[in-house]
Design a binder for this molecule. Sequence first.
Ligand code: UDP
Length: 406
Amino acid sequence: MDFPRLTQVEDYEPFIGPEAVDRLHQKAESLRHLHVANINSTYYGGGVAEMLSSLSLLMNTVGIKTGWRVIQGAPDFFSITKKMHNALQGGDINLTARKCQIYTDVIYENAVRNHLDNHNFVIIHDPQPLPLIHHYKKQGPWLWRCHLDLTAPHQKLWKFLRPTIEKYDAVILSLEEYRQNLRTPQVFFFPAIDPFTTKNREMSETEVEERLSHYEIPTDLPLVVQISRFDPWKDPEGVIWAFKLARKEVDATLVLLGNVATDDPEGAEVYQSLIAQREERIIILSRQDTALVNALQRRAAVVLQKSLREGFGLTVAEAMWKGAPVIGGKVGGIRHQIDDGINGFLVASVEEAAARIVQLLKDPDLRQTLGGKAREKVKQNFLLTRYLEQYLDLFNSFETIYRLRR
Ligand code: UDP
């Protein structure tokens, strides 16, 4: 039987050069005996799952046995963890004993079902599976990879989680500015994209047309696009409002594409709250179609990511990779991707977003200049090989410590 060919680090050579490819193999050489487990809370529907699906495979191709498992829970569990997610990003939470009990009970059940006693490294993603660490005898380092914007975590919740976080051997955050006062060492890895997935690979004009016409998206006017989970932090209301203001001066079609992750019960509610705003030139779609994401990002005259909080914002890098001019909220990781006025625009209000939409729609040369620089920024900074290398360096540093101890 023929198996599909997996992406190899060699495939990145046109973007990163042969030396970087060799360096990655060298760094992986001493790690080939490792068995690594990743645990998160959804197989699809957000940046974490997006990266895990590519990174876990790429790690296997450099010789590190890397697995990925997802915790299970009923909707009430995920409704509590979504509240925690929001509160870690600065929202409010009524942290009752009942919520804490459900959280710890469901994680205990998952610990019984999963057997993580034989892994050299265990990487836990985000707050949902965090307490798993209480239920195993560690065989190697446990790492907590938190993808959230931790600028101002809810203090009572942080106090509740902190003793658990401090059981980890290291914490990986997306930005230096998310650093917390912890006894555990903290390192900082920007997220990254895989340029070879259906979502990011090159697409012909015919393929783009086919996807857009499949969903009856009109292309007679320029497209303004935002692609995000249906989540209040992504500010879909603000996007519609900004588009309506911009349309007083220029004609365009807005496409708001979203999906709903299994660990995000808020999504359906947010989607329902938006559909009343649909009209001929405001298209609101809830679909899980990665080729459509690709087609929209390629065809868009303007991509928006008007988030109010954003750990990183993988959709920004995805769109920039396709040479789209992106208007992003001046928050979290978006500020590290977009250099304002150079490869996109940063905005702090609906009015600013509207003004930038108008400016870009009126100026195709500007769109092209910003888009060209946007792709270069991603090539230099946000491709998956850079992320892989940071993990290899971290594993190697732990391996050195463990070897010295032995
Ligand atoms: N995404 C998607 N379809 C959608 C909405 C989002 O495939 O309708 C993907 C998007 O392309 C990106 C991820 O979900 O890969 C979102 O990651 P991001 O870091 O932007 O936000 P998160 O959802 O993790 O907060």
